[in-house]
Design a protein around this ligand. Structure first.
Ligand SMILES: *Cc1c(COP(=O)(O)O)cnc(C)c1O
Length: 471
């Protein structure tokens, strides 16, 4: 399996080469040259596998330049009960009849990003050792991505992480999660400014090609294809759990996905394209509804960061979804020329109009969409707790709210649980009048010593920090 750019300007490359790159040289995103197909017989054979071995079966369709035994060892080293809170790795939790939560937040940082990032940590260490190389990961975070990356890369040989975060703007729990790490290869850099200032510094440092090459700067953002591939696995897993014992072995399920950068739900689209019986992919946004608008109208109109609201589901406060280009590539019949025409139009006019194709988004691809507001989030958190005793996080609440009208008899609806509520306790207190339940092992983490340097938003200072501690 080789990888191409959505914009057509990259010679086919093997997986491990695109793994270590960000955008393709032409500004596009790496995509597999074909979507691998899974037969009904294979699907049935995968039903009984442990999660790690299911991951191996799915990932080996995308990763053909790592020996199979090594790949199996990597998935087994990643998806272990000690790392993901128990034998299930990803449990299915019933809410109401026909409505379930898919428990993707049992990993070390209590958000679904651990599912892919933990694999990436092991994969990076393996690939870098084989190449005799090192990598310095530079990133900006407003919360979940940074901690997932740090917990995945801590102690890994050949890798260092330099993570910028806006000083004083994350929840106390999120700060404690990141800044309490004491590993030598993890560098927390708090910047006096907002998330966009952090992002601008990352762009400036990565844009200095001499510096980038000399210091082997890499990224783990959500456009990394390895993250998408690792996320495809849990759609297969969710399907097999929800249809175990069904009369029809190819029974359908639907998924509802709280969405921001379109990475999580893109993995669902890939799984469906591979032959997994998914009826609907329900895309949930918060007040930042660019994607909801596209799937409802066919018009894509990304917003400026000045038009992006700060909401109580902050990991979805995104108005320009970086992975969306990969879906549009499929929608354009995987034709890079047609894709590029749309992106040129986007650059010139700030929008493109595919309203003529809107009916096919549901009919052919299974996509429907909806939005959820702060009031919806609070009401949904209360309602789910009252009906089931389960406390859900604000992002997951957006998913449940948007999923409800699409629940159909006989077709399980699985809402992806993207984080645990303890990460966003202020909103839980607002909804329920009491703090979120705290999982074992997280008591008092706010009191642990923290390791973080606070700086002014200055590109040179960041470059100096990297040069001083590079892997
Ligand atoms: C990252 C994140 C999302 C959005 O996922 P995308 O892949 O960017 O669409 C939703 N909820 C939580 C809690 C997240 O951390």
């Amino acid at each position: 399996m080789r990888y191409l750019s959505t914009r057509g300007g990259m010679a086919p490359q093997p997986f491990t080469d695109v793994l270590l790159e960000g955008l393709a040289p032409d500004g596009g995103l790496a995509v597999p040259e074909a979507i691998p197909q899974v037969s009904p017989e294979q699907l049935q054979a995968w039903r009984a596998l442990p999660y790690a071995d299911l991951a191996y079966e799915v990932l080996k369709l995308f990763i053909t330049d790592i020996p199979e035994d090594d790949l199996r060892a990597l998935t087994r080293a990643t998806y272990r009960p000690e790392v993901f809170g128990g034998e299930a790795i990803v449990p299915l939790k019933p809410l109401n009849p026909g409505l379930f939560l898919l428990g993707l937040s049992e990993g070390p940082t209590l958000a679904f990003k651990d599912m892919a990032m933990q694999f990436l940590g092991n994969l990076f260490e393996y690939v870098l050792a084989r190449r005799g190389s090192t990598l310095n990961i530079l990133g900006a975070t407003s919360g979940d991505t940074g901690s997932a990356a740090e917990y995945a890369m801590r102690g890994k040989k050949g890798v260092a992480v330099f993570m910028l975060s806006p000083a004083g703007r994350m929840s106390a729990f999120q700060r404690a999660q990141m800044y309490s790490l004491q590993d030598d290869n993890i560098h927390n850099i708090a910047v006096h400014g907002v998330f966009d200032d952090c992002q601008d510094i990352v762009k400036a440092v990565s844009g200095d090609l001499t510096f980038k090459t000399t210091h082997r700067i890499g990224a783990v953002n959500s456009i990394n294809w390895a993250r998408i591939a690792a996320q495809v696995v849990y759609y297969f897993h969710g399907w097999r759990l929800a249809t175990a014992g069904a009369a029809d072995p190819m029974a359908q399920v639907s998924f509802a996905v709280p969405s921001g950068n379109f990475g999580n739900i893109l993995a669902g689209h890939v799984a469906r394209s591979m032959g997994l019986p998914i009826r609907r992919l329900v895309l949930a946004t918060n007040e930042n509804n660019v994607l909801e608008e596209f799937f409802r109208t066919g018009i894509y109109r990304p917003r400026a960061s000045s038009e992006t609201y700060e909401t109580s589901s902050p990991s979805m406060d995104i108005s320009k979804a970086s992975n969306f280009e990969r879906f549009v590539y499929d929608l354009m019949g995987r034709d890079p020329v047609r894709l590029k025409t749309l992106w040129d139009q986007l650059a010139e006019q700030g929008a493109f109009d595919l309203s003529a194709r809107q009916p096919s988004l549901e009919a052919q691809y299974g996509f429907v969409s909806g939005t959820s507001t702060h009031a919806d989030r609070l009401a949904t958190i209360r309602q789910v707790r009252a009906e089931t005793g389960v406390v859900i996080d604000p992002h997951t609440a957006d998913g449940v709210k948007v999923a409800r009208p699409y629940v159909e008899p006989g077709i399980p609806m699985l809402v992806l649980e993207t984080a645990l509520p303890v990460k966003f306790s202020a909103t839980i207190e607002e909804a329920l009048g009491e703090p979120a339940p705290r999982p074992a092992g997280f008591d008092g983490i706010e009191q642990l010593p923290q390791r973080v340097q606070t700086i002014e938003p200055d590109v040179q200072v960041v470059k100096d920090l990297i040069a001083a501690s590079a892997a």
